[in-house]
Ligand binder design. Structure first.
Ligand SMILES: CC(=O)N[C@H]1[C@@H](OP(=O)(O)O)O[C@H](CO)[C@@H](O)[C@@H]1O
Ligand SMILES: [Mg+2]
Length: 611
């Protein structure tokens, strides 16, 4: 059987790629402004069918989302039959197909099917979902056209409409495992919710309730899910009440992720705009597709305190180790935590002190997920709040086959089973993580301050630097050290050595055209200063490529670098800037200053000194 070239060409012509646009299937699939994605969606439809045919008709997932990005963006990523990310070897095929010119599209499809040895007579099953973005409908229709263009009559499509990313991952795994020994659950949204609620209930039954949790839904798809979850918890009299805020999902009014959501809170280290929780009130923020969550609260003195992915991982690992010990499995099971270079140094110290091994891997969920699979119980979290807990089959079998000798051991064994059913086994999941955290807080009867008291974070700063060519930056040691540009690492180390507990690294972003600079140190001022000094090194190196400055004075090279950064990212009007007072104690010429960061939250755009 061969492909119908006419059909592919005719349908493909309705979705022409824009001129001179190069696409890449990155860490988060294809992602950019929605207005250049039409052709990509069409081609992803083709790849999805091929992938499913190649895997004997097992369901593969397609999620249309741009997560925490602004509402005008969109994106698409593929989910493999087990519910995890697309096999990396296929990322290259997806990239190649997305960049194929229209006139060779049909022939390239045949070539690809040939290379991949795809039996074109096979069935294919595609499961689709999308987030609340206004461009979602058009994206969906391009995707369906792509699927149709290679439909041999045995392609089935299940469209779940608006859904969160982790729900889609669940649906794919549940669909493929239905009726097997490895049944993951009912392949419906209802089944997804019910599985979590029932596992949560198992963990908290009979416990006294704790204060309500305010949940910032980023004005995204998480909103209806949190409302639904809240009703379900009420129905079963769970000791937890959810209070959704930022839950307006009206498309096209620009509210999605705007001044709210997990990315805003984590990267700006600020509350959602206009949100004023009372002292010690526990709050959480989801991102636009509800696969990330961060917690926070204002302490008694009104200081904003962030409980990010590292704090969540720490809470989970403390709880899990205790359960494993009570279950009598410490000698047979290995519990481990997987982090990236962005994990706060204090979290790593804390986790190590609990005798839990930590593995540091490169940024990107696929790396964390893979590393966590090596443990009996693998807790993985990116600092930005994306993560989950994976339980190996061997460990679950061990728990099920262990005969308890004491009631406390029996309880611990049962709780481990509930935990394994509550934690999403396919991908980071804001709802499942929320319930995991809440179950632990309920068990411990802790408020946010007690949880926060596990350890105190080092202040840290993340800035992004636009460079002419980010591929000039290569790294080693799980991205913590630069290999190229030559000698830059030595210069970074030189700066770092001047700070007590200082740490800083530079790596090229996998999702944006920039390099990221991370720094942490003992005080906020030192962390900022170190980040800017390292950012300055990069600017000084690439001096010639930076547009001429028309701004301010520059007594020190790195400072001029910061000022020049403004031009790259354009100057925003005063009203758009968030002014944060920082104490930049950088030598005699410097005085307490104001640092302004742009609305994206990462880049310093203006330093007003001598105020
Ligand atoms: C510092 C940071 O938060 N980086 C994010 C970001 O990757 P970059 O490669 O840094 O652009 O997007 C990834 C995909 O969403 C996410 O996995 C990762 O944590
Ligand atoms: Mg997301």
């Amino acid at each position: 059987m061969s492909l119908d070239h006419d059909k592919i060409s005719k349908l493909g012509e309705q979705h022409p790629p824009p001129a001179n646009h190069v696409y890449a299937y990155g860490t988060a699939g294809f992602r950019s402004n929605a207005n250049v994605l039409d052709a990509v969606l069409f081609r992803v439809g083709i790849i999805a069918v091929f992938r499913s045919m190649k895997l004997d008709g097992k369901a593969v997932g397609v999620m249309i989302t741009a997560s925490h990005n602004p509402e005008c963006d969109n994106g698409v990523k593929l989910v493999d039959p087990h519910g995890d990310m697309l096999d990396p070897s296929w990322e290259a095929y997806a990239t190649a197909l997305a960049n194929t010119p229209l006139d060779s599209l049909a022939s390239y499809c045949s070539q690809l099917a040939n290379t991949l040895k795809i039996d074109l007579t096979k069935k294919a099953n595609i499961i689709i979902a999308r987030d609340t973005r206004p461009s979602g409908d058009a994206m969906l229709s391009s995707l369906n056209h792509g699927i149709e263009s290679v439909n041999n009559g045995s392609v089935s499509v299940q469209d779940f409409g608006l859904a969160t990313t982790p729900a889609l991952h669940y649906l794919v795994r549940a669909t493929n495992s239905k009726g097997t020994n490895d049944d993951y659950g009912e392949p419906t949204i209802q089944g997804y919710m019910d599985k979590m609620v029932s596992a949560f209930n198992g963990l908290v039954q009979g416990k006294p309730s704790i204060a309500p949790l305010k949940v910032d839904c980023a004005n995204g798809i998480g909103a209806p899910y949190i409302h639904d979850l809240s009703e379900k918890l009420q129905k079963v009299n769970a000791p937890l009440t959810l209070e959704p805020v930022f839950d307006d999902t009206t498309p096209g009014i620009g509210k999605l992720n705007n001044g709210c959501g997990a990315d805003h809170v984590k990267s700006k280290q600020l509350l959602p705009v206009g949100f004023t929780p009372g002292p010690n009130e526990r709050c959480a923020s989801l991102d636009g597709d509800a696969d990330r969550i961060v917690y926070y609260y204002n302490d008694q003195r009104g200081n904003f305190k962030l409980l990010d992915g590292d704090k969540i991982a720490s809470l989970l690992s403390v709880f899990i180790i205790d359960l494993v010990e009570k279950a009598g499995l410490t000698d047979t099971a290995n519990v481990g935590v997987v982090q990236t270079a962005y994990a706060n140094g204090c979290s790593s110290k804390f986790i190590n002190a609990q005798q839990v091994p930590i593995k540091c891997v490169p940024t990107g969920v696929k790396h964390l997920h893979h590393a966590a699979q090596q443990y009996s119980v693998g807790v993985y979290f990116e600092a930005n709040g994306h993560g989950t807990v994976l339980f190996s089959d061997e460990f679950i079998n061990l728990v099920k086959s262990t005969v308890p000798v004491m009631p406390a051991q029996q309880t611990a064994l049962q709780q481990l089973i509930h935990l394994s059913q509550l934690a999403n086994q396919t991908v980071g999941d804001a709802l499942s993580d929320l319930l995991l955290v809440e179950a632990i807080l309920i068990q411990k009867q802790w408020g946010p301050a007690e949880w926060d008291g596990l350890y105190e974070d080092f202040p840290n700063r993340l800035v992004k630097v636009t460079v002419p060519d980010r591929t000039a930056f290569t790294t080693t040691d799980a991205e913590r050290k630069l290999v190229t540009p030559a000698d830059l690492q030595k210069e970074i180390d030189g700066h770092v050595s001047k700070y007590q507990d200082g740490r800083s690294f530079v790596r090229p972003s996998g999702t944006e055209d920039c390099v990221r600079v991370y720094a942490e140190a003992q005080t906020r001022g030192q962390a900022d200063e170190l980040a800017f000094k390292v950012a300055g090194l990069i600017y000084d190196k690439f001096d010639a490529m930076i547009p001429p400055s028309r701004l301010y004075w520059s007594p020190h090279s790195y400072q001029s670098a910061i000022v020049r950064l403004c031009l790259e990212e354009k100057i925003y009007s005063d009203r758009e800037l968030d002014l944060i007072q920082v104490d930049l104690n950088m030598g005699d010429n410097f005085h307490p200053s104001f640092l302004a960061i742009n609305p994206a939250g990462t880049l310093p755009v203006l330093l007003i000194l001598n105020q």
